[in-house]
Write a protein that binds this ligand. Structure first.
Ligand code: FAD
Length: 502
């Protein structure tokens, strides 16, 4: 059964005009229930807004749960480097090359993780986990739901955003549902769809892929492999230390399988991670290039290719790799994992230089410390560029403000930045942090009746700090001082402008 091919004719069919049911009004509408959407909904609700979150699936978590992308990558700076690969970490199946450091993100992420730890759904980051957070995706979904409930966020599932209402500026979003089209109106909208679907529908400009050819990072169908025997695998690694490097390897066995015609993979090694469950690994080893996550024909093809790769990988592990003889794929992603699609052009575009030089920004609303991490859009390699030891970079509020579109913010992996910078800020913890900031800014905009771009970034910073976010200003007192000083400076500047005008 072949995937349906992209039609060559490009013939379009006119649709009849239609009405939609007005579902609800809110201060803030968050579209997308992934890490950024959770951050935005909780941030806005904790800032006092009446919030609705709408999501296309029947559960929360986005790529973390729908595509089974785990663990959460590190949000700690590396104050001290460790050896490139720590051999004693090789069978932990978690990164063993991350030095000790401090968290650079807190706020809603910390709130969420604390609840997840309490529910027994994750392992807290430490040197032993390579500062990643292994988690259980089913617990993730539940905890997210409970936190939204607790914060009074109303939510609508099975609702795919397909357009906007409003002439000049978006006043609401149209959702395709089993009950027909539904419109939700809001004073401020936060696009957390990962793909920037709402911003694109509102006419925001966007970029796709790398500068030279527009190619994006490949897609990966993740899966959970259970009934894995860690002791047997460890014994193999102890006997062949050159064949496993923290979370990836098996090059020799792969070559043998390739020569036997059993494996044909677009990568030279296999990558998998431990989870909170002893007899389970999370496999991140399928790869489909030259496909775009906003193109239905590409998505269809990618799902079909990656599922065949999954079968090959499972067969290979069971047949050739000690510890996997009894293992089986218990669950694969509901969707293939999409790393990169639209990057909405905002008032500022974050660059690789900003990331790698830990650029400070006056309007910083989130921080990141994860390296630039690009899975080659057309080859087998992965490029990693780390930040300086102990470093973290700022993400300015302007990256969340689509250029020329009012009433709308973007958060998560679709914010404004280059292909290279995106490869760092796309990870789950940073997506949740930009979501948190977008939610806070949206709540302030809704309350004050201003467009988000008119909201003073210092008010956003102050509320984020009040909610426990970890910006460069560490205490609420420091922030209050900052805000007061800023007001005085602002008033002086205004008086001086008035004198000049006079
Ligand atoms: C293969 C792969 C491996 C990765 N590995 C890691 C890793 O190990 N650790 C890590 O920290 N990060 C990793 N990442 C990155 C990270 O998972 C994502 O970039 C991150 O989840 C982005 O968060 P987001 O909220 O912006 O978007 P998403 O997680 O994509 O969430 C978007 C949400 O919006 C919903 N949505 C989309 N469109 C619509 C619409 N039109 N209407 C309504 N709802 C909509 C989606 O269903 C989803 O729930 C990986 C990503 C991939 C693809």
């Amino acid at each position: 059964m072949p995937p349906l091919q992209r039609p060559e004719s490009g013939t379009s069919v006119r649709l009849p005009p239609r009405d939609a049911l007005l579902g609800a009004d809110a201060d803030v509408l968050v579209v997308g229930g992934g890490p950024a959407g959770l951050g935005a909904a909780l941030g806005a609700a904790r800032a006092g807004a009446d919030v609705i979150l709408a999501e296309r699936y029947g559960f929360l978590g986005g790529t973390a749960t729908a595509a089974l992308v785990m663990p959460l990558m590190s949000f700690h700076n590396e104050a001290r480097r460790v050896r490139a690969i720590d051999p004693t970490g090789s069978v932990r199946l978690l990164p063993s090359d991350h030095g000790p450091g401090e968290p650079v993100i807190a706020g809603v992420l910390q709130l969420f993780l604390d609840a997840l730890y309490r529910a027994g759904g994750a392992i807290a980051p430490s040197q032993a986990t390579g500062y990643t957070v292994p988690f259980d995706p089913e617990r993730f979904k539940l905890v997210a739901l409970e936190l939204l409930d607790g914060a009074g966020v109303r939510f609508l599932f099975h609702a795919l955003a397909s357009g906007i209402v409003g002439d000049e500026t978006p006043e609401g979003v149209v959702f395709e549902t089993k009950s027909g089209p539904v419109v939700i109106r809001a004073r401020t909208i936060v696009d957390c769809t990962g793909d920037g679907d709402v911003a694109a529908a509102a006419g925001a400009r966007f970029e796709v892929g790398r500068e030279q050819d527009g190619l994006v990072q490949p897609m990966t169908l993740m899966f959970r492999l259970v009934d894995f025997d860690r002791e047997q695998f460890s014994a193999y690694v102890d006997a062949h230390p050159d064949q496993w490097h923290g979370v990836l390897g098996l090059e020799e066995l792969i070559r043998e399988a390739e020569e036997a015609g059993e494996l044909d993979l677009p990568r030279d090694d296999l990558l998998f991670f431990a989870t909170p469950h002893e007899r389970e690994v999370s496999v991140n080893s399928t790869r489909v290039s030259h496909v775009l996550g906003t193109d239905v024909w590409d998505l269809t093809r990618a799902e079909s290719i990656s599922r065949r790769q999954l079968r090959q990988i499972v067969d290979f592990l069971r047949k050739r790799v000690p510890g996997f003889a009894e293992a089986y794929a218990a669950q694969s992603g509901t969707i293939i994992g999409v790393r990169e699609t639209r990057r909405i052009v905002g008032e500022y575009r974050l660059t690789a230089k900003d990331v790698l030089t830990c650029g400070p920004f006056e309007d910083a609303i989130a921080r990141g410390s994860y390296p630039i991490d690009i899975h080659d859009p057309q080859g087998k390699d992965t490029i990693i560029r780390r930040l300086p030891a102990g470093g973290a970079y700022d993400i300015p509020l302007r990256c969340l403000l689509p250029d020329g579109v009012d009433r709308l913010l973007v958060a998560g992996r679709c914010i404004s930045g280059s292909h290279e910078a995106h490869s760092s800020y796309r990870v789950t913890p940073i997506a949740m942090a930009t979501g948190h900031a977008a939610g806070v800014c949206a709540a302030i905009a809704a309350r004050t009746g201003q467009p988000p771009r008119a909201v003073d970034h210092r008010a956003v910073q102050l509320e984020l700090i009040r909610q426990g976010a970890n910006l460069r200003y560490h205490t609420a007192q420091e922030a209050v001082t900052l805000l007061t000083t800023a007001r005085i400076v602002g008033d002086r500047a205004a008086r001086s402008r008035e004198r000049t005008a006079a």
